[in-house]
Design a binder for this molecule. Sequence first.
Ligand code: VGL
Ligand code: ZN
Length: 210
Amino acid sequence: MQITSEDVLVVVDVQNDFCPGGALAVPGGDAVIDVIHRAARKFEHVVLTQDWHPRGHCSFASRYPGHAPLETIDLPYGRQVLWTDHCVQGTKGADFHPALHLPQAELILRKGFHVGIDSYSAFFENDRATATGLGGYLRERGLKRAFFAGLAYDFCVGYSALDARRLGFPATILRDGCKAIDTDGSVVRIEREFSAAGVILAEEATLQTT
Ligand code: VGL
Ligand code: ZN
């Protein structure tokens, strides 16, 4: 696939809490970093997302006595998976992984900061209605196609790619630049949605520049 100056690489949630040793560690999470660095050299535009929750966030199992992480509950906006407390604003867990080196990133988009709504996607919170602003940002900047890598494949990366499609952006996920949580069939389920929505899966090495 040929990368142009109208393409953007969206690096999703490469934060300490999603890497080994973190509160919500994705198996092998830090292994995405080298692939992301290779990919980023091919893009003129890179943006980062950062999961950024206030204490007592509605996605934290600790808020609901009798509930454990990875259970689901019904919130006003729909079904929500519960997680261990993670990516709390201002904590080390919420920092980007120290090996991630992308000083050229043009935007750091924080999400999940409303205490009562989670936000997997970089475009819409989990009510699927509250916009983060990233769609407008890409449009205003003339960025036409979005490429995704990071953590986790079956949550924040996947929902971001699906919402990119919903907004009309061609969306490609760099499969080897992601790692999955894979809970309760989440990978199979989201890959079905990728097919239906036209999200493309590609390996980093297939990206070409002129
Ligand atoms: C994520 C679960 C909770 C992610 C964020 O980045 O995929 N997953 N918050
Ligand atoms: Zn989160």
